[in-house]
Design a protein around this ligand. Structure first.
Ligand code: CA
Length: 224
């Protein structure tokens, strides 16, 4: 079992690596967030131990980027503070578990083994575009933290627009992804549903974030 350790404190990284090797793991160590991201994408690790404060790219960003790229390797995040905020943020970015520094090596191994038993579980990170948030795991949507109730179809449509925010998403792509490639009905169904979405995510907030790009499709813009 190969484990990636991303930790810039050289002494701590070496200690973790030696300990894990003694437990029978193969260990790769990098000291930089960008290296960590690159390694995690290029190799198939059983788990990743990821520090938060790192040169190059911080651990939150590394985690979020991996999840956005559909890399679901279990991630144990090392938080520097005990603050609840840190922990909540670690989990929000798609980490599977966290451990506050300083930690005992036995606890690290126990947590890591628990993650390995569970394996890679797709748990998409919360999507954010401006004040709009969408959590594919809990299926919750909110604007300025105010909950918005969506039907399954509206949710799927908004999720795709949010995943590709800033880009124009064609009507064809929306139909393929939301209604399925076999959909044989009236393609104007997309306009109807975009209208429903606007009434829920824009109109009550006096916003116009879903742009119609004539002849091309739709684009979701951040409101701030
Ligand atoms: Ca660090």
């Amino acid at each position: 079992m190969r484990v990636l350790v991303v930790e810039d404190e050289q002494q701590l990284a070496a200690t973790i690596a030696e300990g894990l090797q003694a437990e029978g793991f193969d260990v790769d160590v990098v000291h930089d967030g960008l290296d960590g991201l690159w390694r995690a994408r290029e190799n198939s690790y059983a788990a990743i131990v990821l520090d938060i404060l790192l040169p190059g790219m911080n651990g939150y960003k590394v985690c979020r980027t991996l999840r956005a790229d559909d890399v679901w390797t279990p991630i144990l995040m090392l938080t520097a503070k005990d603050g609840e905020e840190d922990e909540a943020e670690a989990l929000d970015t798609g980490a599977d578990d966290f451990l506050s520094k300083p930690f005992s090596f036995l606890v690290l191994v126990a947590r890591l083994r628990a993650l390995l038993r569970r394996g890679a579980t797709p748990r998409p990170a919360v999507l954010e575009v401006g004040s709009l948030t969408l959590d594919p795991a809990t299926r919750a949507c909110a604007r300025h933290d105010e909950p918005i109730s969506l039907t399954a179809r509206e949710f799927a449509l908004l999720e795709l627009l949010m995943r590709r925010s800033d880009a124009v998403v064609s009507k064809r792509d929306l139909i393929d992804e939301v209604w399925g490639p076999d959909f044989a009905g009236d393609p104007n169904i997309v306009e109807v549903y975009v209208g429903y979405l606007r009434k829920k995510i824009d109109t009550p907030f006096d916003l116009q974030t879903i742009q119609t790009v004539r002849g091309a499709g739709y684009r979701l813009l951040p409101d701030a």
